[in-house]
Design a protein around this ligand. Structure first.
Ligand SMILES: Cc1cc2nc3c(=O)[nH]c(=O)nc-3n(C[C@H](O)[C@H](O)[C@H](O)COP(=O)(O)OP(=O)(O)OC[C@H]3O[C@@H](n4cnc5c(N)ncnc54)[C@H](O)[C@@H]3O)c2cc1C
Ligand SMILES: *[C@@H]1O[C@H](CO)[C@@H](O)[C@H](O)[C@H]1NC(C)=O
Ligand SMILES: *[C@@H]1O[C@H](CO)[C@@H](O)[C@H](O)[C@H]1NC(C)=O
Ligand SMILES: *[C@@H]1O[C@H](CO)[C@@H](O)[C@H](O)[C@H]1NC(C)=O
Ligand SMILES: *[C@@H]1O[C@H](CO)[C@@H](O)[C@H](O)[C@H]1NC(C)=O
Ligand SMILES: *[C@@H]1O[C@H](CO)[C@@H](O)[C@H](O)[C@H]1NC(C)=O
Ligand SMILES: *[C@@H]1O[C@H](CO)[C@@H](O)[C@H](O)[C@H]1NC(C)=O
Ligand SMILES: *[C@@H]1O[C@H](CO)[C@@H](O)[C@H](O)[C@H]1NC(C)=O
Length: 600
């Protein structure tokens, strides 16, 4: 994204974080009850929830930096600067060339810091459809993953917050489906673009059949058009680090967090047992299993007497499993890695969203470009944020409103293929309505459209036996024709959205005249301009016990190992029809409860 980024030291860098260690020499011990690998979105939920029990000790090993003092992570509008490669806060990943996207390669942002991707993401708060979770329950044979059973975890995770400008938000969400006391703040945008927003709402009245108003897409039935919700509170990002690592948590004597510690692999794992036998939670005999990690070039092992939990994310967790010999036997052997368990699903079936941006020049000066193209306005907005956490910097880039839509019932695609969506009340498409364009001079709005029930699959595979080498990241962007053809059809709906009377005298001209393209030209254009959604999941998929594929059981234990779990986005067997942080949070909240139950 063509947005200016500033590197500024924050005013808050002096906050003391007593239990967050910068040096392995300061760690009180290398032996804990629970070792959590990765202090990201899910990892910090586990750190916080497991250490609520003062009788157990918890270590978190995080490869990256502290989030404290990183202004691009704090200020919502500066998030593109937090997502950029080439900083200590990034894993600097690049995808493999994506054949379905005209051979493009993509920088694949991943947060290399406390909070993981929630410290850099777009902050969109979207739970998905009821049917997404009911399908997870079906796939795992565990009703515990159904919407009704997971719903309390959404509430537990969330704290509805006033928007930064304190406007009355009662017509923008349904308060009865939101948490009031959880750690993560969620709010509607706190800086208005009224000329855009009023046209969006007018369009729901002009075309109520195509674009019905939906007060709250997070109530389980997302279809329709409404106000976007964000993990933002008091004008500031509410990451898992901000939300779960509060001072009262970091001072717990039982919780230790080590930064700059990159885990290579698991060591001393007991022999895998057949997946049908009952997992044992009896105390492990020495030598305790552990994780081998690198700190400033030296190798250490941290041991776990109860469990090891991989929370390295959809790239890191499968990589660590494969480094440890858990994966596709033949592929591991060909790299010279000794396989200990043949589990070909590790790294397979990655599912991801594809986004495509459509922009129009507009007859207003009130767009985000007003800041990007005017350093005086930009600096004034930053100063306002700094002073009062108000003004145009309080919101994320994604946009003011969002539409969740389906392919039309008479779509020829649905006659030719099985419907990949989880059900008729779940969307195929998301359209994010944005008060900015592609970085050209002038003023723009955009409709950024995603295929969010994709058929395409990618993979994470090892590039070498070096545990610290970047893995091969194949996102499978538009790898299956269905996804490209669905987007081609869906764009007609986006064009209809802005064709109504509400938009006359506002829209000047499209940046690219998509309406003039033939379907074949449009599909080719989409492939050449598509982008990934940074929503990869599925690389350590949970499936039913005894399933022919999958990596973890419904209790998130790696099949065959009683003391090893994966708890992060990688266990979601299919990408939800939503951005993935809310789903990751509920996986982590339920995962923490499953661990507590196992050891109670
Ligand atoms: C640019 C971007 C924009 C996004 N926008 C949105 C959005 O608007 N809304 C939304 O809902 N979702 C969004 N997402 C997706 C969402 O943030 C992620 O799906 C989710 O946060 C993933 O959580 P996780 O716990 O699986 O992994 P992460 O949060 O990535 O956590 C993994 C942690 O493990 C650490 N780690 C990895 N490997 C190792 C190792 N070997 N040793 C030690 N530590 C390790 C990492 O440094 C990281 O801290 C976005 C993601 C990105 C990258
Ligand atoms: C990403 O690149 C920057 C700049 O070269 C570097 O400082 C940082 O350490 C890199 N990140 C990783 C995980 O290697
Ligand atoms: C789950 O399975 C049940 C019974 O097999 C079925 O009726 C239901 O439609 C399925 N739901 C989803 C979302 O797949
Ligand atoms: C808000 O959500 C509750 C609970 O799902 C529902 O009963 C109620 O009808 C919703 N209110 C509106 C105005 O949609
Ligand atoms: C955990 O806390 C207990 C008391 O609260 C203390 O005795 C023990 O040393 C702590 N363990 C670790 C590893 O911090
Ligand atoms: C990928 O997922 C499909 C189900 O969607 C399953 O049939 C297949 O076995 C999986 N492949 C691997 C390698 O896990
Ligand atoms: C935009 O700003 C320019 C320069 O200040 C001004 O001339 C023009 O009238 C403004 N346009 C609108 C639509 O407000
Ligand atoms: C924020 O304000 C303080 C003074 O209150 C100032 O020292 C600091 O430089 C400002 N930071 C930014 C980013 O404007």
């Amino acid at each position: 994204m063509l947005t200016p980024t500033l590197t500024i030291l924050s005013l808050f860098s002096s906050v003391a974080l007593s239990k967050i260690y910068e040096d392995v020499a300061d760690l009180p011990s290398l032996q804990y009850d629970f070792v959590v690998v990765g202090g990201g979105t899910a990892g910090l939920v586990l750190a916080s929830r497991l250490s609520e029990n003062t009788r157990v000790s918890v270590l978190v090993l995080e490869a990256g930096e502290s989030h404290v003092g990183f202004l691009n992570s704090q200020v919502p509008l500066l998030s593109p600067g937090a997502q950029a490669s080439g900083t200590p806060y990034s894993w600097n990943y690049t995808s493999t060339p994506q054949a379905g996207a005209a051979g493009q390669t993509f920088d694949y942002s991943r947060g290399h810091m406390l909070g993981g991707c929630t410290s850099i993401n777009g902050m969109a708060y979207t739970r998905g459809a009821k049917a997404d979770f009911d399908r997870y329950a079906n796939l795992t044979g565990d009703q515990g993953w159904s919407w009704d059973k997971i719903y309390p975890y959404f509430i537990k995770n969330e704290q509805w917050a006033k928007p930064a400008d304190k406007h009355d938000d009662s017509c923008q969400y349904n308060s009865s489906v939101h948490g009031k006391q959880g750690p993560v703040s969620v709010s509607v945008p706190g800086y208005a673009y009224p000329e855009l927003e009023k046209r969006v709402i007018q369009t729901t009245k002009d075309f109520p059949d195509d674009f019905p108003f939906n007060l709250d897409y997070n109530a389980g039935s997302p279809l329709g058009v409404g106000t976007f919700q964000y993990t933002i509170g008091k004008g500031e990002r509410s990451s898992s680090a901000v939300a779960y690592l509060t001072p009262s948590v970091t001072k717990r004597p039982n919780l230790s967090i080590l930064l700059h510690a990159q885990v290579a692999k698991l060591v001393n794992l007991p022999a895998p047992r057949p997946s049908s036998s009952t997992p044992s939670t009896s105390s492990l005999k020495p030598p305790s299993p552990g994780v081998q990690f690198r700190f400033r070039g030296k190798t250490f092992v941290a041991k776990a007497s109860k469990e090891i939990i991989l929370s390295g994310g959809a790239i890191g967790s499968p990589q660590i499993l494969m480094n440890s010999g858990i994966g596709d036997r033949a592929a591991l052997q060909s790299l010279g890695i000794n396989p200990i368990l043949d589990l070909p699903s590790v790294g397979a079936n990655l599912s991801e969203h594809t986004y495509f941006q459509m922009s129009w020049s507009v007859n207003t000066n009130h767009t985000v470009e007003a800041l990007w193209q005017d350093p005086v306005a930009y600096n004034a907005a930053l100063a306002q944020w700094n002073k009062s956490h108000t003004g145009p910097m309080v919101d994320a880039l994604p946009g003011s409103n969002v539409a969740w839509l389906r392919l039309k019932d008479d779509s020829p695609l649905l006659a030719m293929y099985d419907d990949p969506s989880p059900g008729p009340s779940a969307p195929h498409f998301e359209i994010i309505i944005q008060p900015f364009g592609p970085g050209l001079p002038g003023h723009f709005i955009s409709l950024t459209m995603a295929m969010i029930s994709p058929v395409s699959r990618g993979s994470i595979t090892l590039s070498s036996a070096d545990p610290f080498a970047d893995p091969l990241i194949d996102l499978g962007v538009l790898a299956d024709d269905f996804d490209a053809l669905a987007l081609t059809e869906g764009i007609a709906q986006a064009l209809k959205f802005v064709s109504g009377p509400a938009w006359t005298n506002f829209i000047i001209a499209p940046v690219t005249d998509l309406g003039a393209m033939s379907p074949l030209e449009l599909t080719a254009h989409i492939r050449a301009h598509a982008n990934p959604g940074y929503h990869a999941v599925g690389t350590a998929a949970m499936t039913a016990r005894g399933s022919q594929y999958g990596v973890v059981d419904p209790d998130l234990r790696v099949k065959g190992f009683s003391m090893l779990r994966v708890i992060d986005a990688s266990v979601l067997p299919l990408v939800p029809s939503a951005h993935t942080q809310a789903a990751t949070y509920v996986v982590a909240e339920r995962g923490a409860d499953l661990i507590k139950q196992a050891w109670s």
